[in-house]
Design a protein. Structure first.
Lengths: 217, 217
């Protein structure tokens, strides 16, 4: 059955790979599943046809035969559970890898998204300069704990897993802020993720849409 | 094998059931699994012994034989996957229920937590009064979408599932704010969750710890 995902017709980041379809593309590339992409405009995202698939009017979505899913974490988990390559076979190791998926989305990403909101949406507010250090420190608090746990390991718990895919994707949002570089092991961890051939293919595919050019080699 | 979870020795909410161990207790009650509780002080949460189990120094954790998990979503998912009662058997319905778990934690809870931060941690800041409406409107945006999707259904997608358990738990954080009452179908949905016998047992168990009294009836 054909897998079809949705992505922004034009991503707000202009192709930096931060839109969430990149995470789903990466997962599909890791497990070697081909997929099709349906591009959606900002207007169409809020229309009934898309809201029937995604109640919060966002991308990505995932369609395969009768199944329609939304929510990036759920889609990546679904892919990881159906195809080999993103979750360990051992039951306990598998439960721990899933734990890191939830940790990335529920514990590490929220303060990072708050930082984005503080900069992009509240950056022109009178409180912005005074409030920003508070918001940054909440991000540092999480990164410090994550850095401590990662230590000098390559990945969070044994071989690369869907947990790493999600954590690297979340940390990538910080790349331009400079904060990530305060934690050299996390910066190296993110670079390791970016260097995976599957990530490179996913990144190139979303970039091609946003620049209007087909991906090259 | 005995299941052991961790909970606050003294919850910051004094027993209102908003600490995340309530979600895990509720899941265990729904599937009829007995469990033990190890209480942890705020100081001990940041010590190496607990950090080895929970890298972000929080509660709850979950231990069963050799397996140690953290992150509420992952723990509830693990319970739901191992025991009947919280996820449908049909594969597609199961994937959709898991989607609602992720949606509760990744899409609905973050603005609700931001509202809590704005009130509790930044409530005395000079920008608090002017900024609060922005933060509240982000919560309303999500609740409006969720209310539209729920419509007049009892639960989000067919019978009660782990997705509903998580969504109700997330929405319960808003109960005292008055915002939930602006969406009568969501308020009724939360009330339905609270009226489940398994929720009542979970709530009573955490309350007993916080009041120092054994649960009654």
């Amino acid at each position: 059955m054909t897998i079809t995902i949705t992505a922004f017709e034009r991503s707000p980041d202009g192709g930096k790979g931060l839109a969430r379809d990149t995470r789903v593309r990466w997962a599909l590339e890791e497990v070697g599943q081909p997929y099709e992409v349906r591009l959606i405009s900002f207007g169409a995202m809020k229309e009934p046809a898309h809201l029937a698939l995604h109640p919060f009017g966002q991308i990505p979505t995932y369609e395969e035969g009768d199944l329609g899913l939304f929510e990036t974490g759920a889609i990546v988990f679904h892919i990881a559970q159906r195809h080999a390559g993103l979750l360990p076979d051992d039951a306990n190791a598998r439960a721990r890898a899933i734990t890191w998926m939830f940790a990335a989305l529920s514990t590490v990403e929220p303060p990072i998204l708050e930082l984005g909101t503080a900069r992009l949406i509240e950056g022109d507010k009178p409180w912005s300069a005074e409030r920003m250090p508070l918001v940054e420190d909440r991000v540092r608090n999480r990164l410090g704990q994550l850095s401590h746990r990662l230590g000098d390991a390559d990945w969070l718990d044994g071989p690369f897993s869907a947990g790493d895919l999600m954590m690297v994707s979340v940390l990538l949002r910080l790349k331009l802020s400079g904060i990530l570089d305060e934690y050299p092991n996390l910066a190296a961890y993110v670079a390791s993720g970016e260097s995976r051939p599957a990530y490179k293919r996913a990144f190139a595919a979303q970039l091609a849409i946003n620049t209007g050019q087909p991906p090259t080699g």
